[in-house]
Ligand binder design. Sequence first.
Ligand code: PRP
Length: 178
Amino acid sequence: MHKDIESIVYSEQVLADRIAELGKQISEDYKGKKLIVVGVMKGANVFVADLIRNMDLDIVLDFIVVSSYGASTESTGVIRLLKDLDENIDSEHVLIVEDIIDSGLTLEYLVNNFETRHPESIRICTLLNKVERRKVDMKVDYIGFQVPDEFIVGYGIDYAERYRNLPYVGILKRSVYE
Ligand code: PRP
């Protein structure tokens, strides 16, 4: 385990098993349909790579880059769109893939933004859902895990751009950010 990690919340195996289940469920729900999978960078990078390999579907992979945090521990609520979609989503089924939903402000921004482009449908898939911190109501269609309000990193999730490469999700030691 990395020296800055207090404890592991979801091990590599636990993540792999749950992502296989999510991929199967999504594949059943979109059977016979074309799906545009949108990874929200950078955090969802690792998750979306594993998730799509568990999808038995005709998918198109796209990415959008947004940022809300800066190098602090709290969401600022200010969403910056750094890179837009490459794909035209008019009349398409869109699945937005996130690593974590915290306040919900990022997804609220994205869903509102995408809706102006008239997709056939928009659904949301997140690996981790931190409902305790939610500021805006939203329907989340696919959830890997309900995560407690701890300072977690790994499997794509960073603190000041570090720890994204950890293969597990773990709690960061307080001494690292205090
Ligand atoms: C994180 C995460 C989500 C968002 C969730 O991204 O990947 O996109 O914050 O927080 P919210 O529900 O409070 O909006 P971040 O802005 O840290 O950028 P990153 O994906 O590059 O790590």
